[in-house]
Design a protein around this ligand. Structure first.
Ligand SMILES: C[S@@+](CC[C@H](N)C(=O)[O-])C[C@H]1O[C@@H](n2cnc3c(N)ncnc32)[C@H](O)[C@@H]1O
Length: 276
């Protein structure tokens, strides 16, 4: 049975309130296909029944299940490749020179999804900067969705997942075969910490990152939320730090304090220095 318009509106309001994700009209099919398994798992006879329950006495647990089901967790190893090349060839060498006294580096991956992005960052570090082994390197991965964070923690990926973007040489070097899957080795796993963080709620301690990856998540939010989140990132990142957005995302018309730093077909953002 097709989703009633009022039920679709109820779900899109709930998801916007809890995560800022905007579900525009036309996404009814997505909502139905994502919510059917949740309804079935929780013993409801239909999505409409589950929404009735949510309207009446919906528990936070059920609400969060619905929000989690409507997040899009698409990701892959070394997605778009250029950010990782830019890290290896330009940004990390610069930061290593700038931080040689403190010997500390902080990286925050703010929409980590299932972990491929953060493990790609860690492999970039291990492959190119063995000197960082003796530094205090903190890599934090956060996401709103507990299920994806559990996968980050486990670090187990299917053959199909590793086939997407991970060079065979790195697969052999940093992963162990685990049945038909691949498990990240401890050297890699131990570099990153993960925790739940909703970008539209208080963040708690995210440190003062030198590098922020927040790729392919602002795209789901409306302009005001994007502006607010970029403003809060400015408040935590180091003044000479770097910000990576997704290939289809930009700070342009959202926050004039960031300037683009180009790298081949890619690039990242930096805060304007005084007088710029
Ligand atoms: C499409 S994935 C992007 C993954 C990775 N950054 C990449 O580019 O490959 C978007 C992620 O943002 C997360 N997300 C959505 N809304 C969020 C919010 N309000 N706070 C934190 N994470 C959120 C989703 O759970 C999902 O894992």
């Amino acid at each position: 049975m097709a989703l009633a318009e009022s039920d679709f509106r109820f779900i899109s309001d709930l998801v916007r309130d809890e995560s800022a994700i905007v579900l525009e009209a036309g996404k009814e099919y997505l909502v139905e296909s994502r919510l059917l398994p949740v309804a079935q798992q929780d013993g409801f006879s239909s999505i409409a029944d589950m929404i009735k329950k949510l309207r009446e006495t919906g528990t936070m647990v059920l609400k969060l299940k619905v929000v989690d089901a409507l997040t899009t967790n698409e990701t892959s190893f070394f997605r778009d490749i250029k950010p990782f090349e830019m890290l290896a060839k330009e940004l990390l060498p610069e930061l290593i020179a700038a931080r040689k006294k403190s010997r500390k580096l902080e990286i925050w991956c703010a929409a980590a999804s299932t972990g491929q992005e953060i493990y790609s960052i860690c492999m970039t570090i291990l492959e190119n900067f063995p000197e960082l082994k003796s530094w205090d390197v903190r890599v934090l991965g956060t996401d709103i969705c507990q299920e994806v964070l559990d996968k980050c923690e486990k670090g187990v990926y299917s053959q199909i997942e590793v086939n997407r973007g991970l060079p065979v040489s790195m697969l052999i070097k940093y992963f162990d075969k685990d049945g038909t899957d691949w498990r990240v080795k401890d050297t890699l796993r131990s570099m990153a910490k993960f925790r739940k963080l909703n970008l539209i709620r208080p963040w708690g301690d995210v440190g003062n990152p030198d590098i922020v990856f927040i790729r392919n998540v602002l795209i789901y939010f409306d302009v005001e939320v994007k502006k607010e989140i970029l403003g809060r990132i400015k408040g935590v990142m180091k003044p000479d730090g770097f910000l990576f957005l997704g290939a289809a995302e930009t700070t342009l018309n959202l926050d004039g304090d960031f300037v683009r730093r180009a790298y081949e077909r890619g690039g990242c953002y930096q805060l304007k220095s005084d007088g710029e």
